[in-house]
Design a protein around this ligand. Structure first.
Ligand code: GCU
Length: 837
């Protein structure tokens, strides 16, 4: 009966709704034709302790096989294994139970041996965690119907540190998180219910993640209160069965409240940290270690006392060393008040300036954690030169899984190709092969430690990250941290099979959307290495390039009327190109050798500079790329729609909403950036598209009743620079006109603004027929960072497809304001088939 219940939906061809909470561990019932003879008849987990990772592996195997194959398999913790059993355990436990096993000499910590022969499966780890990883891998193969009988292989991780950095705040919010509230904190304290933490650890363990820093790098000293330290113990207990070790971020000034100082060379401060560390290890005996953001973006640090960053890092290193812990010390240190007037100042130089002189001065259990590029998770950056500059210091790469600058999971961007470009980049230190992945693995400079820190931004949303598709990024992060030689598409295919099934159309479509997603986003956000042209002073979401220049933050474009780009050359500029090893420095320093996609990162050029690859001018490339990128985002909607009925309704609709939103917002990006640079440069678009919108009716040109014109800021976030808002915040307004276009079928798009804190209602009527009603409630559905203004963050679009329209029909939009949202409208487009505008 159980079997029937499990496979009934498959037999009936029903695709049941899913909420995403199981991520890629759904264990969907196998399709007909699966090789059921491979199903083992028993599971032997060689550890009877219920909270051990090996026992967890046994339970997980049982759960997975029941769900995928509809087969209830007994789980025991010892005894003889029969010929069709799965045995999972450590090598030592196996040797004790069954005598010496061979072929495990190369097995390293956390690695596994997976051996499948005629229905008998042996999964062994050097440690318990490795055995659990092997079990997850076996289940992944079963779920993908990809078990190869007669095979035996070992998989070892390339690095010991494969962590996530959760940026969860004690008040329950998640910095740069778009998937709801914190899984770990509420109201200043660790949550009472740790179920979600355990579920998260399960997901992470399935892709080899072995540590979770549970709180924001902008850390709060109250984490170290007695009540919270006790809470840390509970969280660690919840995650330990999955082999995931807990770690925490520290506020450098924590001792200040009791000691009146946080000088790292003051013995009192040292003793304070040793003491609190000992207290924490009493509750969390296997704590992974500390993560420290110091002297960055207002955070306290050792520089206050004229001590070096190494002095600061080593203080924590001394505290955790007796317990076997490590310190991840962030290289994201820079001055956010540098002088824009000074042509040679450059935030991108800060990491090297601070850290290179300290090479070799860090304790052995310190790892310097370096963001992939020199600035801050932009849509494209060169690899940070710091990776090549520290030869006597262990390093880790920091990757942002939560796309703070790449659409905040309201746009979909598959990030593995971006990460791969960095990991595979050869920095040529000492003129030798020095790929970033080989540096952070410790291999290149023969360092004992190294690793990966990923920032997922997970929250309490059932989708974890706010979007089902975004989970491919978390999956890919874990897989690459284990083995950076894997290909982005191979990883994606595994994820898709596990997440949405193995229908070829589903696989092909998701592959196509995903692999086009980063190029599309780069095209409509920021090109040629100029960075994501977002609002860096506010929400980092929508377009606002002017916000990047003329301030001390150093994310500069240096965009003027005639020229654009950062001059990072050695002779004339900031010298940043010279931070790289000679072969790379020579390339980046020379405009003729710098790849076009980093042209504006390294060089300041006229808008009329021609690109090597296409012979387009820089400005024409901006125009072309923005049109191409937005056009690509439109196709994702149709591609996703082609999956209707092939994946469950719930996830289909959820993602369709996001793809539709992205398609609309990509047009906002396109128009905004092209208009901005047209206004700056006054150079026409050769194709005459910019500012030329023959299918639009501007709202401000309609007959307004209860509405008034409103100049939008930034100006380029409105078509014609102007929108309309209701004159009162309680009474509805109308905007009316007549259809000036020929009679026919149109897609009718309305661009409006959806502000945080207000749910306006809208009605569109054409020829006295109601074409659509909708609410400005994106803030309840999307999860990007809120804005309370009419701007590039709130500008959005709704489209009504296939509307029969007569020339001269009355068009009326009625807007009912709500809260701070005055039912703002920008324009209506009547789009003939095939036109996007
Ligand atoms: C970015 C991000 C901040 C974060 C910081 C960091 O600047 O916007 O929210 O705190 O990076 O990585 O420390």
């Amino acid at each position: 009966m159980q079997l029937l219940v499990a496979i009934l939906p498959v037999l009936l061809g029903i695709v049941l709704g899913e909420d995403g909470s199981q991520g890629w561990l759904r264990y969907a019932p196998a399709a007909k034709g699966c090789k059921s003879q491979q199903v083992p008849s028993a599971i032997v987990a060689l550890n009877s302790t219920k909270i051990s990772p090996v026992y967890t592996a046994g339970k997980e195997l049982q759960r997975g096989l029941r769900s995928i194959l509809g087969k209830a398999v007994d789980l025991t913790t010892g005894g003889r294994s029969n010929s069709s059993a799965i045995v999972v355990g450590t090598v030592d436990a196996y040797n004790t139970a069954y005598g010496s096993v061979s072929g495990v000499e190369d097995l390293e910590d956390d690695g596994y041996l997976l051996s499948t022969h005629d229905g008998s499966v042996v999964i062994l780890g050097r440690n318990q965690r490795g055995a659990l990883y092997g079990a997850f891998e076996y289940l992944s193969q079963v779920a993908r119907n990809n078990v190869t009988s007669g095979s035996s292989y070992i998989s070892n991780p390339q690095v010991p540190i494969r962590w996530t950095n959760e940026w969860d705040n004690m008040d329950g919010s998640v910095e740069r998180g778009y998937g709801g509230a914190s899984n770990f904190f509420r109201g200043g304290y660790v949550v009472d219910n740790t179920t979600r933490a355990a579920e998260y650890a399960r997901l992470l363990a399935s892709v080899g993640i072995n540590g979770v820093i549970i709180n924001n790098v902008n850390a709060n000293a109250t984490l170290l209160s007695d009540r919270n330290v006790e809470g840390l113990g509970r969280l660690a207990d919840a995650m330990r069965p999955y082999g995931v070790q807990l770690g925490i971020s520290l506020n450098f000034a924590s001792p200040n409240a009791t000691l009146g100082t946080f000088d790292p060379l003051d013995p009192k401060v040292d003793a304070w940290w040793a003491n609190i560390t000992n207290q924490i290890y009493k509750k969390v005996p296997d704590m992974a270690g500390y993560l420290v953001k110091a002297n960055s973006e207002g955070q306290p640090g050792p520089l206050t006392y004229n001590r070096t960053l190494a002095d600061g890092a080593n203080m924590f290193a001394r505290a955790v060393e007796p317990h076997g812990g490590v310190v991840m010390f962030r290289a994201f240190v820079y001055d956010n008040h540098i002088s824009y007037a000074n042509w040679t100042s450059d935030r991108a130089n800060a990491q090297l300036e601070f850290f290179q002189p300290l090479d070799g001065k860090f304790d052995e259990n310190v790892i310097v954690q370096i963001k992939y590029g020199p600035i801050d998770f932009q849509v494209r950056e060169p690899a940070s030169p710091l990776f090549a500059a520290l030869h006597n210091t262990s390093t880790a790469i920091e990757l942002q899984v939560t796309p703070e600058y790449l659409g905040q999971n309201c746009h979909f961007v598959y990030l593995a190709p971006l990460w791969k470009e960095i990991l595979d980049f050869d920095l040529r230190a000492d003129n030798k092969s020095s790929m970033v992945k080989d540096i952070v693995s410790g291999q290149r400079f023969k360092r004992p430690l190294g690793g990966y820190a990923g920032v997922p931004g997970a929250g309490t949303n059932t989708t974890w990250l706010g979007s089902h598709m975004a989970m491919s990024n978390l999956y890919a992060y874990g897989r690459l941290a284990w083995d950076a030689s894997l290909g982005s598409e191979d990883i994606l295919e595994d994820w898709t099979r596990l997440t949405f099934g193995s229908d070829q159309i589903v696989l092909d479509t998701i592959n196509d959307i995903s692999m086009k997603s980063w190029p599309a986003y780069e095209n409509y956000s920021g090109n040629l290495g100029v960075q994501t042209l977002t609002d860096i002073l506010y929400t980092h979401f929508g377009p606002n390039p002017a916000s990047q220049d003329n301030n001390g933050w150093g994310q500069w474009l240096r965009a003027g009327n005639v020229t654009i780009g950062m001059d990072r050359t050695i002779e004339n500029g900031t010298g940043n190109a010279g931070n790289y090893p000679p072969e790379i420095a020579e390339m980046y320093n020379d405009i003729d050798k710098t790849p076009d996609n980093l042209l504006l990162w390294f060089h300041h050029v006229p808008y009329t500079q021609r690109l090597k690859s296409s012979n387009e001018t820089v400005i024409q490339h901006f125009y072309n790329a923005h049109y191409a990128g937005a056009a690509s985002a439109q196709t994702f909607v149709q591609q996703w729609e082609s999956l209707k009925g092939k994946i469950d309704h719930e996830r289909f609709e959820h993602q369709l909403f996001r793809q539709t939103y992205q398609a609309g917002h990509s047009l906002v990006w396109r128009d905004s950036i092209t208009q901005y640079f047209y206004n700056l440069s006054m150079i026409d678009d050769e194709s005459d598209r910019v500012g030329n919108h023959p299918y639009r009716i501007e709202a401000e040109s309609m007959k307004l009743d209860g509405y008034k014109s409103y100049l939008v800021n930034p100006f380029h976030a409105a078509s014609g620079f102007t929108a309309i808002v209701t004159t009162s915040n309680t009474t509805a307004g109308t905007a009316t006109t007549e259809v000036p276009f020929d009679s026919g079928m149109y897609d009718v798009a309305v661009n409006y603004y959806d502000l945080f804190n207000g749910t306006s209602s809208y009605k569109l009527e054409i020829g006295n027929r109601t074409v659509g009603v909708w609410k400005g409630d994106n803030e309840k559905k999307l999860g990007h960072e809120p804005s309370r203004y009419l701007d590039g963050h709130t500008a959005t679009r709704i489209t009504f497809r296939g509307i029969a329209v007569q020339k001269g029909d009355t068009v009326r939009i009625t807007g009912q304001p709500d809260g701070i949202e005055p039912a703002p409208l920008d324009y209506i487009s009547f789009l003939p088939p095939g036109i996007v505008d």
